[in-house]
Every structure is written in structure tokens, then in C-alpha cells.
Design a protein around this ligand. Structure first.
Ligand code: MGD
Ligand code: MGD
Ligand code: MO
Length: 758
């Protein structure tokens, strides 16, 4: 391993002054209104508003300022004083704007007026809301409903999501892909199959009891910084944290609480990870196989010597299926293979396994490092295997805990945004609204892309997000996109997906969650579900960015009303006038999870909607929790070959998905640019490259298709040999559309096969 001093790597701890500086910088740049501080003070508090950034839970006993650097950035980004007005669009053609960077597009500020794309002038022109709704309705009425796609990014509220899914089904399709299809879809498919529940089983209280936490491919310092507080508390009371990640992420190394004055004035930060293992990209299956092998060996030894078990044998017997097969597989797998495939030394894996063995209660946290892999399902199956060995699912202080991304992405699935009809109570919906909902499986994200390419998709509505920037195979997709009859984007800020248009195209600006939403019955609240399945209310108080904005429920209802014939049980206007009525509808459709919904909206810490696996009720095919024998040695989607690298597409600390706040990846020490190729210094030398040399990457997926990205400065960085790092979304043109998790079709953005082109 190269000497750390040779590589770009941040030396301070996560949090601390740097994070306060990060907030202050963006405050000064973006806002000139005191309302912003008020809004920040209300962030993530019961009766306040729920952060638009990540999906980490909102505690019952919040801090004075219950937000992190990135949550504050996201709020300030919404409350910016900048405006993207009709005057701006009059000055720039859409073709010209396509040449702008993501950062510069969003820097134009909040969208203020509904806009129609005018192909003759190649410009967006302002229009009236009703005109937009009528035109969109006319287009949708003219096509087969099965050729329309309603995408959602995971930010919209439960109320909006429920109406949107209902609209899709009344219109006649289940084509409801969402950002989750590119994110934790692997979770939804694998956990459902293996433990009978598609979401994580831990809650915040478990963090007060656990003895160990294992992190696989999740980066809390950047992506869920408020999680660092419970982690710090865990470490202080002696729990051990073990991390598997090819990148040494600062937040998992050390943390200084920016909300503690004492910590801020002393040099000492809490060391977070007791053990940090730089597994090779795609190497987790082997690493976990090694841990299981060691746990089984320890079981044998302990039983022989002391007649005690390491395994939870009662649990295995009563609650699981398939243990013997996994045991046989682990015993048959050699340490040579495990070391080769994981890139880790046997002694290190054994040390990690010893932490697991010695912990009575363990939580496993994971993220995109496991889900965005061709063999992502097997990654999760191995993690479930590992957790089941010691009964670490469905017991206090334990659990398998995916850290979800967008603030309501999990909740959208809960209330019907799903292309899979069997995940939705269609019979209840049929009775509730008096119609026959479509029963055929709809399109997920990858399917949508395939059918845009084949010409079968005719219309696309985007409820937030930046679809064309977030998906793989960008160039081919953008070229095909202009064949669509209709594209509609409901958004707060301008992004690239708004600049590649169908024949009829509308850009519809909406309120953000931070803003006051006044309807006929008065000010409205909305709700979301966090990563621990807790549901929280949120009230925006800030003055809307423009008086022409509509709320998301109002926009969805406006399009639906213009598209569908009237029905006695479908009351778009009444529902929009009073969101309590939408919550009543949700309660009727999902009585177990959402009973007394309106009364419980502001429960401190949210109300828990329950999880069968947490109760050790396994809603799986066998009725048991399922062990799985992996059928692949690693998660890489193609064979290794000379000159073929595994590219990790990364998020910086200064972005939220495709929204780029700035060019400071403070926690990795990369400043002023995103056009970098991170490489192990020994690899740089072996490849005959030099630090700072500008190179390109080409797809090397073996399908003969030419995909390239250029202009990347070679930057030494402590990655495992054979791995490269560069930023998402800039690298997305390199990912083939077919390169996705086998089971869930989640694009495999974490081990992309590439070649370096000088
Ligand atoms: N500030 C900020 N917050 C965010 C977001 C954001 O963009 N910015 N995005 C939100 C969204 S939608 C999501 S889904 C979450 C994403 O949050 P995360 O799940 O943390 O996603 P990533 O940062 O993409 O990748 C996670 C980690 O996986 C590691 N990794 C890569 N390959 C492998 C591998 O093969 N094995 C292992 N073990 N690790 C690997 C990477 O080094 C990285 O540290 O964050 C949410 N929160
Ligand atoms: N290579 C690679 N690709 C990836 C990933 C990766 O790690 N690597 N990660 C994947 C993941 S995890 C995800 S979740 C997707 C993200 O995909 P998306 O969710 O589609 O993308 P975002 O960048 O979150 O969308 C940002 C846009 O949402 C709009 N917006 C913001 N707030 C609101 C709001 O309140 N309402 C409405 N209507 N619009 C709003 C703004 O216009 C903003 O420009 O990308 C995926 N793509
Ligand atoms: Mo995500």
C-alpha cells in the first residue's frame, strides 16, 4: 500500500469547523433572507419541517439545530434568492443550455413560472397552468396508457405519491419507475425474498443497545451525516464499528460534533471505525464468505472446548432455512480464493469476524457499495447469511439496516409507487375507488430506458428528479428521448433532463417542502417515511419562491383532472383543498400501517409503521428466514481482463445526487474540480501515467459499444489496486444499460468495467 502522504486525502475529521464553514459559505452565496435561519431552526423537529436531503430518521429528542452540513445546504439551496424566470429563458435557447454544467444550470435558481417548450424558437416560453394541464391531458388521451411512464424521484410527500400512483392506475398503467430503481431496489427485492420484508429492520433505539456495527459500502459522513451522532455515542460506550469500503471515507474514520462547543475547541475527534478494511470494489461476497468461514470455525472450536455455541443454534433451527448449504459452501471455499477476490488479508477478515463473534448484538448498515453491483442481490444475501448466524435480525439492538437515500423514497413505495402490482393492495384500491386497476407489471427504470430506445414509450412525466442525468447509457438515451410525443417535468430547479424534450414539452415549477403551502382549507402539512420506517409530518413556513408556483399534489391533480373522465369517488379538487382527506385515503388503503394517520402526524420521532421481520414473522416462500448460497465469487459483472479496471462512481460531499452545490469534496481533499480520476499511486506508476496527466475512460464491458468520457486528471488516492474512482453523474455515459443487478435491475454503478485511454 502506498504511503498516505503521497495521496490526496483529507487529514482532519468529519464534522468540526469544516462543516460549519461549509454551511456558512453557502449561506452567504445563496441567501439574503433571515427566514432561512428560522427554517433551519425548525428543521427535523416535530411540528417543524422535514429535511429535503437524506432519509436518516428524525429523533424524538432533537438537538437545538437538528441538521447537518448537507441538510443545511439542501434547505438553503431551496431558499436561494436566485430565480430562473421567463426572462432567463427568453435569453437562452435550450440547445445552448445543454452545453452548461449541472452546477451552472441549478445556479440559475428556483423556477418561477410554468413553461412550454417552443420548438420553433428552441426556447421555453411562459404559459398558464390550465393551458399546460389541458395540453398534457390531450396528449395523454391520444396515446395508449401503457406507453406512458410516470417517474418519481424520492422527494415528493406521501400525499403526492399516493395521488400520483392513483392517477397512473386510473389512467391505466403500473409504469411507475422511481429513483429507488437506481438505488435500493436491490434491497426491496432481496430483503423481501430473504426475510419477507422489503425494508430495514433496525430502529434508532437499536443503536443504543448494539455491541457492534458493520458498515458495508455506505458513507455516512457525506450521505447521512446525522447518523454520525448515534455512531459517536456507540463508540463512546464501547461498541465496535467495522467498515468494509474500498475508499477510506473520513466520516467512518473520525468525527467531531459541530454542535458540541467543547469538542469544537479541543483537537480530539472520536475515532469511529475500530477496523477499516479496504475491500476491493465488488469484493464483499468473498469478504463475507471469509467472515462466515471464521465464525463457523470458531463455533466448532468453542463447542469442542467449552460446550458453548458461537452460533444462535435455537434461532437457526426455529427460524431459518438453508444453513447447512451455506456452511458447506463456506467450508469448501479456500482462503486463497477469499483473499484474491476480496483483496483483503485473511488475518484482517478474521479480526473483523472476531468482532462479530464477540458482539451479542450486531447491526449491519449498507448502501450503494452493495446495491449498485451486478451481483448486488448476492451481496445482500451474504449479509443476511452473516446476520442470521447469530440471530441478528428481529432482536433488540440488532438488524439489517439499509441507509435509504432520498428523504421519502421508502415512503413512496409504501403508498403505491411501484411497477410491481403484487406490492400494491390493488383489490382494496379497486373497491375504494370503484374501478379495475391494471394488473400487468409496469416498467421500472431500466425497462423504461429500453422501451424509450425501442420507441414503445411515448410519454414521460417526471415528478422531480433528473432522470436523464441519473440513468446509465446517457448519450444513447438522450438521442432517443426526442422521439417522445410528450415530456413533462415537475421541478424546483433547472437541470439537464429539462433540456432534452419530447415533441410537446412542459416544465412545471412546484413549491418546495420548506415553503408555505396554502390551499382552500388553509395551510397544509405533508408527511414522509424515513429509513427506519417512521412517519413524520412536515410544515413549510417560508414564503414561496414565486406566486406562480403550485404544490405537487395540485399539479398531479391538475394533470389527472385534464386526462381522466370524472368519477364519483375521485375528488381531485376536494383532496387538494385539504390534504387531511388524502391521508384519510391512505389510511383506508393501508389500515394497518396508517391507522389514525391524521392524529399521529406529529408524533415526536415519527410513528413506526411496523415490520414483520423485526417480529421474526418471515413472510417468505418457506415461512423462514432464508440462507442463500452465492453463485458468484465477486459482484463484478464481467470477467477480469488485462487493462480492465473497476470504476467506482462516487458522490462528493458537495453534491446531492445530480445537484452539484460546489467543487469542494472537502472530506476527500479534492478541491476546485470534479474532473478527476482517482487511482492508487502504484497503479499510476505501473500504468505509465503521471499525476495530473489528463486521460479519458472508455467502457470495457465486452459488448463492443464505444462509450467514452474524457478530460480527467490522474489523481493519486488510496484506493485498492485495480480500482478507479470518479464522480457520478459525470461518469454515467460509461455504464451500459444492461449492466445492472441481475435480480432487481439496479444499475451497477460501483464496479463499472473501463479502460484508461491516454
Ligand atoms: N450529501 C449527499 N447526501 C446524500 C446523497 C448525495 O448525493 N449527497 N444522495 C442520497 C441518495 S439518493 C442515496 S441513495 C444515498 C447514498 O449513500 P451511500 O449508500 O453512502 O452511496 P455512495 O456514496 O454512492 O456509495 C457508498 C460507498 O460505497 C463505497 N463502495 C463502492 N464500491 C464498493 C464495494 O464494492 N464494496 C463496498 N463495501 N463499498 C463500496 C464507496 O466508496 C462509498 O463510500 O445518500 C443520500 N444522501
Ligand atoms: N453512476 C451513478 N448513477 C447513479 C447513482 C450513482 O451512485 N452512480 N446513484 C443513483 C441514485 S442512488 C439515485 S437516487 C438517482 C437519483 O436520481 P434523481 O432522484 O432522478 O435525481 P436528483 O439529482 O435527486 O434530482 C434532482 C432534481 O430534482 C428536482 N427537485 C428537487 N427538489 C424537488 C422537489 O421538492 N420537488 C420536485 N418536483 N422536484 C424537485 C430539482 O429540479 C433537481 O434538479 O441517481 C442514480 N444514478
Ligand atoms: Mo438514491
Amino acid at each position: 500500500m502506498a504511503d498516505e502522504k503521497d495521496t490526496v486525502h483529507y487529514k482532519g475529521s468529519e464534522g468540526g469547523w469544516g462543516s460549519l464553514r461549509g454551511i456558512a459559505e453557502i449561506l452567504v452565496k445563496e441567501v439574503d433572507r433571515p427566514a432561512v435561519l428560522d427554517t433551519l431552526r425548525r428543521q427535523n423537529k416535530a411540528g417543524g419541517f422535514m429535511c429535503v436531503s437524506c432519509a436518516f430518521t428524525k429523533p424524538a429528542h432533537p438537538h437545538a439545530f437538528e441538521f447537518c452540513e448537507n441538510g443545511a445546504k439542501a434547505t438553503i439551496w431551496d431558499l436561494t434568492s436566485r430565480r430562473c424566470t421567463p426572462a432567463f429563458f427568453a435569453k437562452h435557447t435550450v440547445s445552448e443550455l445543454r452545453g452548461w454544467k449541472d452546477y451552472d444550470l441549478e445556479q440559475t435558481g428556483r423556477l418561477t413560472h410554468p413553461m412550454r417548450y417552443d420548438p420553433a424558437s428552441d426556447k421555453y416560453v411562459p404559459c398558464e397552468w390550465q393551458e399546460a394541464f389541458d395540453a398534457i391531458g390531450a396528449e395523454l388521451k391520444a396515446i395508449d396508457p401503457g406507453s406512458a411512464v410516470f417517474y418519481s424521484s424520492g422527494r415528493a410527500s406521501l400525499e403526492t405519491a399516493y395521488l400520483y400512483a392513483l392517477f397512473a392506475r386510473l389512467y391505466g398503467h403500473n409504469n411507475l419507475p422511481d429513483s429507488s430503481n437506481m438505488c435500493h431496489e436491490t434491497t426491496s427485492v432481496a430483503l423481501k425474498k430473504l426475510i419477507g420484508s422489503s425494508v430495514g429492520t433496525s430502529v434508532l433505539d437499536d443503536f443504543r443497545l448494539c455491541d457492534a456495527i458493520f458498515f458495508f459500502g455506505q458513507n455516512p459522513g457525506t450521505n447521512s451525516p446525522r447518523l454520525l451522532h448515534p455512531l459517536q455515542e456507540c463508540v463512546r460506550r464501547g461498541a465496535k464499528i467495522v467498515t468494509f469500503n474500498p475508499v477510506r471515507e473520513k466520516g467512518l474514520e473520525s468525527f467531531k460534533n459541530p454542535q458540541s462547543p467543547i469538542e469544537m475547541l479541543t483537537p480530539k475527534a472520536t475515532q469511529i471505525s475500530h477496523l477499516y478494511l479496504q475491500v476491493t470494489a465488488g469484493g464483499d461476497i468473498a469478504a463475507m464468505m471469509g467472515m462466515i468461514k471464521h465464525v463457523l470455525a470458531a463455533e466448532e472450536k468453542k463447542w469442542a472446548e467449552h460446550k458453548h455455541h458461537v452460533l444462535d443454534v435455537d434461532f437457526l433451527q426455529q427460524h431459518t432455512q438453508g444453513f447447512e448449504e451455506v456452511k458447506a459452501k463456506a467450508e469448501a471455499t479456500s482462503w486463497d480464493e477469499i483473499e484474491r477476490e476480496s483483496g483483503l488479508a485473511r488475518a484482517d477478515i478474521e479480526e473483523a469476524a472476531d468482532v462479530y463473534i464477540n458482539a451479542h448484538r450486531t447491526i449491519a448498515i449498507y448502501g450503494m457499495g452493495l446495491t449498485q453491483q451486478v451481483h448486488g442481490f448476492q451481496n445482500l444475501a451474504m449479509l443476511v447469511n452473516l446476520m442470521l448466524l447469530k440471530g441478528n435480525i428481529g432482536r433488540d439492538g440488532t438488524g439489517i439496516s439499509p441507509m435509504r437515500g432520498h428523504s421519502n423514497v421508502q415512503g413512496q413505495r409504501t403508498v403505491g409507487i411501484s411497477e410491481k402490482p403484487d406490492l400494491v393492495p390493488l383489490d382494496t384500491i379497486a373497491a375504494q375507488f370503484g374501478f379495475e386497476p391494471p394488473r400487468e407489471e409496469g416498467m421500472n427504470t431500466v425497462k423504461t430506458c429500453e422501451k424509450v430506445l425501442s420507441g414503445e414509450v411515448k410519454a414521460f412525466i417526471g415528478l422531480g428528479g433528473n432522470f436523464l442525468r441519473a440513468i446509465p447509457e446517457r448519450e444513447k438515451m438522450e438521442a432517443a428521448w426526442t422521439n417522445l410525443d410528450l415530456t413533462v417535468q415537475i421541478a424546483t430547479k433547472l437541470n439537464r433532463s429539462h433540456l432534452i424534450n419530447g415533441k410537446v414539452a412542459y416544465l412545471l415549477p412546484c413549491l418546495s417542502r420548506t415553503e408555505e403551502d396554502i390551499q382552500a382549507s388553509g395551510p397544509q402539512k405533508v408527511t414522509m417515511e424515513d429509513t427506519f420506517s417512521c412517519i413524520h409530518g412536515s410544515v413549510g413556513k417560508a414564503k414561496p419562491a414565486s406566486k406562480h408556483l403550485l404544490s405537487e399534489p395540485a399539479i398531479v391533480a391538475g394533470i389527472a383532472r385534464a386526462t381522466l373522465p370524472p368519477r364519483p369517488d375521485v375528488k381531485w379538487d376536494e383532496w387538494v383543498a385539504d390534504y387531511d382527506l388524502i391521508r384519510d385515503l391512505i389510511e383506508t388503503t393501508y389500515p394497518d400501517e396508517f391507522h389514525d394517520f391524521n392524529q399521529r402526524v406529529f408524533t415526536p420521532g415519527g410513528f413506526y409503521r411496523g415490520n414483520s421481520a423485526r417480529e421474526r414473522i418471515w413472510k417468505t416462500e418457506s415461512g423462514k428466514a432464508q440462507f442463500t448460497v452465492p453463485w458468484n465469487k465477486n459482484a463484478f459483472g464481467v470477467d477480469d481482463a488485462p487493462g480492465r479496471w473497476r470504476l467506482i462512481t462516487m458522490r462528493s460531499n458537495d453534491q446531492f445526487n445530480t445537484t452539484i452545490y460546489g467543487y469542494s469534496d472537502r472530506l476527500r481533499g479534492i478541491e476546485g474540480t470534479r474532473d478527476v480520476l482517482l487511482m492508487n499511486p502504484e497503479d499510476i506508476e505501473a500504468a505509465g501515467l503521471k499525476e495530473g496527466q489528463v486521460v479519458g475512460l472508455a467502457s470495457d464491458a465486452g459488448d463492443g459499444v464505444d462509450r467514452q468520457v474524457g478530460g480527467l486528471a490522474v489523481t493519486p488516492f488510496l484506493l485498492p489496486r485495480g480500482c478507479l474512482g470518479s464522480y457520478y453523474p459525470e461518469m454515467n455515459p460509461l455504464i451500459p444499460l444492461w449492466y445492472h443487478d441481475e435480480e432487481s435491475k439496479t444499475p451497477a454503478a460501483k464496479s463499472v468495467p473501463v479502460r484508461i485511454v491516454a
